[in-house]
Write a protein that binds this ligand. Structure first.
Ligand SMILES: C[S@@+](CC[C@H](N)C(=O)[O-])C[C@H]1O[C@@H](n2cnc3c(N)ncnc32)[C@H](O)[C@@H]1O
Length: 276
C-alpha cells in the first residue's frame, strides 16, 4: 500500500469512527482491505481510495469501518464485572430503587458487537432477580457502529463453541437448541431477546439518543481504539447518561488513569458516578 493511501484510509476511518490507526497497523489494515477490494472489484488500494472519494464511497465507508474494527467478543467476557454486578452493584442499586436509582433498571451495552455482552447482562439480571425478588422492570439498550454486526446480534444465533463457555444449565435455560439444518446452533430464547433493544450508534457522533439515563453502562474493549482526547470525550458523554450513583464498566485493559472523568473507582475497570 502506498504511504499516501494509508494516510487517506487512516484519516477517513478516524473522521468517521474516531478509531485511531497507528503507523504500526499498516500491515493489518492492508490484510483487512483485501476483502473490500474483492467485494468492490478494485484491483489496488489506490483504486479503492478513489472509490471512497466518490458519492458511492459514502456507502462503502460503513463496510470499511466494519473490516477495520474488531468485533471479537464472548459471553460473560471479563467475569469480574458480572461478579461485581451480582455481589455489589445490583444490591446497591436495589437499595436505592425508587429513589435516585429510578423506576426502571436501564442498562446500556455501548459497542455491543454481535450481542454476547448484552445477552450476558440480560442473563445476569434474570438470575439475580429470580434469586432476589421482587423483580425490577428492566431494559437493556445495545448499540454498535456496525450495522452488519448488529444484524448478527439481533439474529441471536450462536455456534456451539460460543455457548460452551457457559454452564450447561444456563444454556438450557436461555437458549433454544437448533435441529435439522440448524443442528449445532443455539438461539437466545425470545423472552431474553425481548429485553434487549439494538440500534446503530456511533458513540462519538451527534447527541446520544437516550432521554432516560442509565443505572449501568458497559463500554468495554472499544476505548482501546481511540486516542486519549477521544477517550476523555467519550467518558464525559457516557457520564452524562448515568444516574447519580450509576456505574460504568470499561474493559480491564482500558485504564481511565490520566483521564479527567470525575468518577469514583470501585474496583478494577468499574467506576461510579458520585451520588449528588
Ligand atoms: C471488540 S468489540 C467489543 C465488544 C464488547 N463490548 C466486549 O467487550 O466484548 C468493539 C466494538 O466496538 C465497535 N465500535 C468501534 N468504533 C465504534 C464507535 N465509534 N461507536 C460505536 N461502536 C464502535 C465495533 O464495531 C465493535 O463491535
Amino acid at each position: 500500500m502506498r504511504p499516501n493511501d494509508y494516510e487517506f484510509i487512516r484519516q477517513i476511518v478516524y473522521s468517521h469512527s474516531r478509531i485511531n490507526l497507528g503507523q504500526d497497523k499498516q500491515e493489518l489494515v492492508s490484510a483487512r482491505l483485501g476483502k473490500r477490494l474483492r467485494a468492490t472489484g478494485r484491483a489496488t488500494v489506490s483504486e479503492y481510495c478513489d472509490l471512497l472519494r466518490t458519492a458511492a464511497g459514502t456507502e462503502e465507508l460503513g463496510n470499511l469501518i466494519d473490516v477495520i474494527s474488531t468485533n471479537h467478543t464472548y459471553f460473560f467476557r471479563e467475569e469480574g464485572h458480572f461478579e461485581a454486578l451480582r455481589d455489589t452493584i445490583l444490591p446497591d442499586l436495589v437499595r436505592r430503587r425508587g429513589r435516585e436509582a429510578g423506576a426502571t433498571l436501564r442498562v446500556w451495552s455501548a459497542a455491543c458487537s454481535s450481542g454476547e455482552e448484552p445477552y450476558s447482562i440480560a442473563i445476569a439480571l434474570e438470575e439475580y432477580f429470580s434469586a432476589h425478588p421482587p423483580a425490577w422492570p428492566r431494559q437493556i439498550e445495545a448499540t454498535d457502529i456496525s450495522t452488519r454486526i448488529l444484524t448478527k446480534a439481533q439474529a441471536a444465533v450462536y455456534a456451539a463453541e460460543t455457548v460452551s463457555r457457559m454452564p450447561p444449565a444456563t444454556v438450557k435455560a436461555y437458549f433454544q437448541t437448533g435441529y435439522a439444518e440448524q443442528a449445532g446452533l443455539y438461539r437466545v430464547k425470545p423472552a431474553l431477546r425481548s429485553m434487549v433493544r439494538f440500534r446503530q450508534l456511533n458513540l462519538l457522533e451527534g447527541a446520544l439518543p437516550f432521554n432516560e439515563p442509565f443505572q449501568i453502562i458497559f463500554c468495554r474493549n472499544v476505548m482501546i481504539y481511540f486516542d486519549r482526547a477521544t477517550q476523555e470525550e467519550l467518558v464525559q458523554r457516557l457520564k452524562s447518561k448515568l444516574v447519580p450513583g450509576g456505574y460504568l464498566m470499561v474493559g480491564h485493559s482500558e485504564s481511565l488513569t490520566g483521564i479527567n472523568h470525575g468518577l469514583k473507582i470501585i474496583r478494577p475497570a468499574t467506576y461510579q458516578n458520585p451520588l449528588s
